[in-house]
Design a protein around this ligand. Structure first.
Ligand code: DGJ
Length: 729
């Protein structure tokens, strides 16, 4: 059965069939099919691998409905295409025919692009369009102990004129059937990654970003659920720029096509003789349910995307001054906050926006990465040293990709700003973007930001980006169709150079909150600020939405003063991430300081579990029940942290029941509810309970919330508890 190509992951198989005439089809993507010679001639027929035997027409030209992984304009297929090329003869027609394939050990790396770090093996499939002088190579990589498959494409032009790529996606997968539910994640500033569900039955559904960034509006991660087989598929894109995820259900063919890749809006890439274009990597996984999808994604992100130096490293408890002071601070103020940070047990102090140039508002100085000596009483090093002398590490905020017109940089290099010559650009947050396509600008940032890190001795860098693109133009480009992608390549080049120079510095990306939560940036920066929204009820939505595809260690999550909910509820909600406080600690009461101290003690005790345990969503906040709960399990289910939260709408009801899952049925667990300062100790109860009861019974937790909900102590709507479980020996 040499015409079959089977790629196995730990629990799944992806199987292709190559017909005698070179046509290529997908015959299976799902649970693992055992053995190498697994298909008999009749299996071939019942799998519809060679649909000539099924189709009423015997002509192979009529078989355009075959599920496949390559499609182009004019190939007899009537659906959205993987690639669109303007050929050297001006035609748009391509027909790629299977040429060869091979399995190679490990993976293939492509300079300048982030991608999975340690593939076990890679299936390389070559397709050729001889007429158009194009070769297409597809790479399918698999990984140890994981079901994710990473896919990308390399297209090469072998003629001696030139062709233009008008679309070059990273992944195509045709799935069987036409009834799918798509779960995708959408939002805005302070409302990032809300779960939305769309039924797709016929026609096209597209998730996309056109802002030049991965965006808060639409995340590239999505789940696709086959309404008939129950299979769950999920896809993501290792990329930070404009993306497009297309799901097209084709009723007449009985298939649904999935495409993931760079958005083709304003995309046009020229290939001259022997030149290639390599797409960023897309990833896909098939699993039984959403919980398994999440487990697979978390495992993959931690082991394959995040820098191995940080992948399993505990993240420090930090105090950031932004929500406490905004631009209004001086050295004394910062040191005052830092002293309190030491008192509560924090490990890292982060100096946010406002320390450079003459920046006292968001109207000036972006681009001027020199110290505001007056504000910092001598300079960055001075403040950083004072803070270090207190026993804290020092971290710094930068927003490298931006420029204010009121800056030294703009006055000396107006051409560094992203703007169309002669045209008034759009300002967002009073700022313009820098033209990162220009290698001179890239080098300026590598040097300047490198110098900031060097002279401050920062061990942590918050890399912010507070607007998206509007005036794409670079004097260094002939073809502006290359702008969006070359900007992202420029960004990656800068961060990569800084990472190489400072390999042990922890970078956290941020974009007006969480507007760039993507695998491209996570490859360079192990964590991402999830959202500026820290009010608990709203925050649980954003965190749950993010956690479907990204692990908790990647999520920057802070307690702030943005809420009138109690500090205990605020802590419980954000305790599962890379945790910190963003308050003016000098304004907090002694009681609040004492509470924060206890919270940090608790967090540090369970940090490993909270940051790196296996997260399981128990109760989605996106249904109508007004509740939220999750569990995080340690290895072998030996311990777990459970979060439960319900809104005030449910107060004084005896009806809220919690349903847990994932505990060891045969074990007894010691359980302890974390105590809250404003709640009687009797509600911080301890006890023993079997895993079987936890897994199988409706749990009410008695009147755990009643006192707090009746006390009038809080005026907002979410009451929460953390409950810790430890397996008895
Ligand atoms: C937006 C970020 O989300 C905030 O945390 C803060 O860093 C501000 N930018 C600073 O301008």
């Amino acid at each position: 059965m040499k015409n079959f190509i089977k790629l196995d992951t730990q629990n799944t198989s992806l199987v292709f069939f190559v017909a005698e005439d070179g046509r290529f089809s997908v015959v299976h993507y799902g649970k693992k099919v055992l053995g190498d010679n697994f298909l008999s001639e009749s299996a071939l027929e019942i799998l519809n691998a060679n649909s000539a035997v099924w189709n009423f027409s015997a002509s192979s030209d009529d078989l355009y409905g075959q599920p496949t992984i390559v499609s182009s304009v004019g190939d007899g297929n009537a659906m959205e295409q993987l690639l669109r090329v303007e050929n050297e003869d001006g035609s748009f027609v391509n027909r790629f025919v299977y040429d060869s394939h091979e399995f190679i050990e490990g993976g293939v790396t492509f300079d300048g692009l982030p991608g999975a770090r340690k593939p076990l093996k890679t299936l390389v499939i070559r397709f050729v369009d001889e007429f158009a002088k194009l070769t297409l190579e597809q790479f399918y990589s698999v990984f140890e102990n994981c079901d994710v498959i990473a896919v990308n494409q390399k297209i090469t032009y072998t003629g001696d004129k030139s062709v233009k790529l008008n679309r070059m996606m990273s992944l195509q997968l045709d799935l069987f059937g036409t009834e799918y539910d798509c779960v995708s994640f959408h939002g805005a500033w302070c409302r990032e990654r809300f779960r939305k569900e769309t039924h797709i039955s016929s026609g096209k559904f597209q998730v996309q970003s056109l802002s030049g960034t991965s965006s808060a509006m639409t995340n590239p991660f999505f789940i696709l659920k086959d309404c008939y087989s129950g299979k769950n598929f999920a896809f993501n894109f290792v990329y930070t720029g404009n993306h497009s995820e297309i799901v097209e259900s084709h009723f007449s063919e009985g298939n649904t096509r999935v495409l993931v890749g760079i958005n083709d809006a304003c995309f046009e890439w020229t290939l001259n003789n022997s030149e290639s274009f390599v797409t960023p990597q897309a990833i896909m996984v098939c699993a039984d349910n959403e919980k398994e999808i999440t487990a697979q994604m978390h495992k993959f992100v931690i082991n394959q995307i995040v820098d191995p130096y940080f992948a399993h490293k505990n993240r420090p408890v930090l105090v950031n001054n932004w929500e406490g002071t905004a631009f209004d601070f001086n050295a004394e103020k910062l040191v005052g906050i830092a002293k309190k940070a030491v008192e509560i047990g924090a490990e890292l102090f982060v100096l946010d926006d406002g320390w450079f140039g003459k920046r006292d508002s968001d109207r000036c100085s972006l681009g001027d990465w020199f110290d505001n000596v007056e504000k910092l009483d001598g300079g960055l090093k001075n403040v950083a040293d004072k803070i270090r002398a207190l026993g804290l590490d020092f971290g710094i905020w930068v927003e490298p990709e931006m420029i204010n017109e009121d800056s030294e940089l703009f006055r000396s290099h107006p051409e560094y700003a992203m703007a169309v010559p002669g045209r008034e650009p759009i300002r967002k947050r009073n700022q313009l973007m820098l033209d990162l396509v220009n290698p001179e600008v890239q080098q300026y940032l590598i040097d300047e930001i490198g110098d900031v890190i060097e002279r401050s001795g920062a061990v942590y860098v918050k890399w912010d980006s507070n607007r998206f693109m509007s005036d794409m133009y670079s004097p260094t480009l002939n073809n502006m169709g290359e702008y969006y992608h070359k900007y992202i390549l420029g960004l990656y080049r800068i961060i990569d150079a800084l990472k190489k120079r400072f390999p042990t510095v922890l970078f956290e990306s941020c974009a007006s909150g969480g507007a760039r939560f993507d695998l491209g940036l996570l490859y360079y920066m192990p964590q991402t600020w999830c959202s500026d929204m820290t009010e608990p009820w709203h925050r649980v939505h954003i965190q749950e939405g993010t956690l479907y595809g990204y692990p908790q260690s990647a999520i920057g999550a802070h307690v702030t003063a943005w809420s009138n909910n109690t500090i205990e509820n605020r802590f419980n909600v954000v305790s599962l991430g890379a945790f910190g406080y963003e308050l003016d600690l000098t304004k907090c009461s002694d009681e609040e300081i004492a509470i924060m101290k206890k919270q940090i003690e608790y967090y540090k005790k369970h940090r490993e579990l909270l940051q790196f345990g296996q997260y399981v969503l128990l109760d989605s906040v996106f249904d109508d029940r007004k509740t939220s709960s999750w569990a995080i399990f340690g290895e072998d289910k030996s311990e777990a942290m459970v979060f439960i939260g319900e809104t005030v709408e449910l107060w004084n009801t005896a009806t809220t029941k919690w349903n847990f899952t994932g505990f060891d049925d045969n074990a007894i667990y010691e359980m302890e509810v974390r105590s809250h300062f404003n709640v009687d100790e009797k509600f911080a109860y301890k006890g023993e309970v079997s895993g079987s009861v936890l897994n199988n019974c409706d749990l009410s937790f008695g009147n755990l919330f009643t006192q707090e909900q009746r006390s009038g102590l809080f005026t907002t709507n979410l009451t929460t508890r953390l409950i810790y479980f430890k397996k008895k020996a």
